[in-house]
Design a protein. Structure first.
Length: 151
């Protein structure tokens, strides 16, 4: 877990440095009407963080396998109007959610990491897989934000 937490913390630092150093216009620029701006991607990462914090918490006490429910990503970005939000407020919220996740991850052990989860595809994995998948998702979207070629 220490390696995963270190990777996760590194991604948070990278994302924070990048977003905090950019002008609002750059963060809100959209390459097309159907694409997300960098600030909307950050908003999506907030939603992902909120949902995964709930998942990582509930799996501790819910019956197993824990059933992972999806969420409507597109609608959440729209209804939260991330495009018109203050970038520093979103950055702060994103960091807070993920810092809480890190604290929860620090409390995990071999038993809790092996808790079974069932995806909507009826596939069975474990909590460790879910954590790794969340970190990979975060990495993917941070690359979209920080690397113009990845968007």
């Amino acid at each position: 877990m220490d390696d995963l937490i270190a990777e996760f913390s590194g991604l948070l630092k990278k994302g924070t440095r990048y977003i905090a150093s950019r002008k609002e216009e750059e963060l809100k620029y959209k390459t097309s009407l159907n694409s997300w701006s960098k600030i909307e991607i950050l908003g999506h990462l907030i939603d992902s963080g909120r949902y995964n914090l709930q998942r990582f918490t509930e799996i501790q006490f819910e019956s197993k396998p824990y059933k992972v429910k999806s969420y409507n990503q597109e609608e959440l970005v729209k209804i939260n109007d991330y495009q018109n939000a203050d970038p520093l407020e979103l950055l702060s919220f994103w960091l807070s959610v993920n810092e809480r996740i890190i604290q929860l991850l620090k409390m995990q052990n071999d038993v809790t990491l092996s808790y079974q989860v069932e995806l909507e595809t009826n596939q069975i994995f474990n909590l460790k897989f879910l954590i790794q998948d969340y970190i990979a998702h975060l990495d993917h979207h941070l690359k979209q934000i920080t690397d113009p070629k990845a968007a």
